[in-house]
Design a protein around this ligand. Structure first.
Ligand code: CMP
Length: 134
């Protein structure tokens, strides 16, 4: 069994898409094993997005991800990391495949509704960062 950290970002929470998005993961057989809602600070966002520090889109990304509540969860299932990335679709909603979350609901390359861990190592680090208290 594999675990991945998934964020339903502030754009999706704002548009009442939390239930629809979680349903897409559950329908695919993935299990929600941890879940919380939070408006994160800039310093916490900087830890989550440390790999993007210095990139041209970094500052507006931090503004966006801290602008309101988001939903953080750990999903579990066989091959979860790859399956979740397929369900999410390409980072850029205009390039995402039909039926993916980002194609259905994303409005821009930044406001793309969801984040998911991209490797086993980032899953381990991100789950520890977001849920280290239990
Ligand atoms: P995410 O999967 O959370 O990982 C990094 C985030 O940065 C990405 O989703 C987008 O929200 C954002 N992002 C990535 N590339 C760009 C870009 N070229 N321009 C603006 N935002 C981006």
């Amino acid at each position: 069994m594999e675990r991945s950290l998934v964020l339903i970002k502030p754009d999706a929470v704002e548009r009442n898409l939390v239930g629809k998005i979680i349903n897409m993961y559950e329908e695919n057989g993935l299990k929600v094993v941890k879940l919380k809602m939070e408006t994160i600070s800039r310093s916490f966002a900087a830890k989550h997005y440390k790999d993007h520090i210095g990139k041209s889109f970094y500052e507006p990304l931090i503004e966006f991800i801290t602008k309101g509540p988001l939903c953080a969860m750990v999903l579990e299932g066989e091959n979860a990391i790859e399956r979740i990335r397929k369900i999410n679709g390409s980072t850029d909603p205009t390039k995402a495949e039909e039926g993916t979350i980002r194609k259905l609901f994303g409005t821009s390359i930044r406001e793309n509704c969801v984040h998911a861990s991209d490797s086993m190592e980032s899953a381990k680090n991100e789950i520890e960062l977001w849920f280290n208290n239990n």
